[in-house]
Design a protein around this ligand. Sequence first.
Ligand SMILES: Cc1ncc(COP(=O)(O)O)c(C=O)c1O
Length: 462
Amino acid sequence: MSFYRERRVRRPLRPDRLPHDVPGRPFTDGWEPIMERRRGYRHKSIAGQPLHPETQMMSYGYDPQLSEGAVKVPIFQTSTFVFKTAEEGKEFFEIAYGLREKRPHEQPGLIYSRINNPDLQVLEERLTLWDRAESGLVFSSGMSAISTSLLTCLKPGDVLVHSDPLYGGTEYLIEKILPRFGVSAVSFPAGHSTRTVEHAVQEAAARGRVGAILIETPANPTNGLVDVAACAKAARTLDGQPGGRPLVAVDNTFLGPLWQHPLEQHADLVLYSLTKYAGGHSDLIAGACLGPEEHIAPIRVLRTILGTMTDPHTGWLLLRSLETLKLRMTCSMKNARMVAEFLADHPKVRQVHYLGFLAKGDPQYDIFQRQCQSAGSTFSFEIHGGEAEAFRLLNALQVVRLAVSLGGTESLMQHPASMTHSDVSPDKQRRLGITPAMLRISVGVEHPGDLIADLGQALAQI
Ligand SMILES: Cc1ncc(COP(=O)(O)O)c(C=O)c1O
């Protein structure tokens, strides 16, 4: 929580203050461990044992002593921050706008909440822990995370390679908005071999500079998997192109940040709709992008200019949510297996696209084993019949709520063909396997017996 610390220490020197807290005093490396012990706000290990992210979610990046002892990060509901002196304001801007190099261990100061804010900074630091990312940025929505990150990587004439299907909003961005800026796209279907990825990358490279490779895995709503490492390998074949190889960005909304870690599979950027599992209570909209600082820095600049950051209150809500992230995702994951097994055995259900049912010998099984730590809790299934039967089921639900979105404490169900993916042409829906009989469920933390009873009575009515 670097900016925050810097601001609050600008008081008269007290005997218990550490030398490098004092602006202008040179940093002495020897003090670092002392500071860590005393403040304990960036502990990564205890007695030589690494701390787990679920432990760090309660404290990492925040020193209560700098906020009157408040155990929780207060909401810094402010648009701007007072500079102590004009000279300090000038220095903060020099760093924020890259007008000069940072001095060793110099921390940027708080300026304005579009540029930086303590709630967002603590949140960003905590988010990086799950994915073991160097840096992170939070955004006003998953879509603003995706669009700001893509716009940073792409320029007119570029070609974007992406997996299919994608979330409907991302699809719209690629098909309808990016072409206006001279960016075209080549897609490949999720759930297919690594050769498919290589072909798509070659086809795109023949058309122009490949600006980025964007994948969503598991894909929404089919749960088709994309091999992240294979995409990273394909990107490296373009090392020599002007401006360098394309970055591989992974939308990790469905399984992350607990059950899949794309950076470990050599992706460059991890994208999230934090609206889903990270927020987890269906009461906020937010997004994130994580990765090495060299890739995050230019995205941070564009976020500042476009103003696509989130607000302090949403940042605070997310800090609350992250404390129970593992509990919620673990409970939902266990419930989902029971619900998937119930559906798979039901005579009115034709197919269940649940990752936990992948069988040995299926190439998707190998990707799953290599890439995912769990099958998660959002999946689609197809019933016998079509849209009319699917709608009857949805209208009969009593515990499961009929709504789009996913990853909340409550179970949600929706009809992709007419709702989240209604923008996708009927022909493309057919090719991608989004049928009128498909329903997508996000399993929550309710009692699994109640969920199964609800699904049973609703299926009886179709
Ligand atoms: C996989 C995926 N990515 C991105 C988004 C967009 O997120 P948001 O609604 O937070 O903008 C969604 C929304 O449903 C999604 O499911």
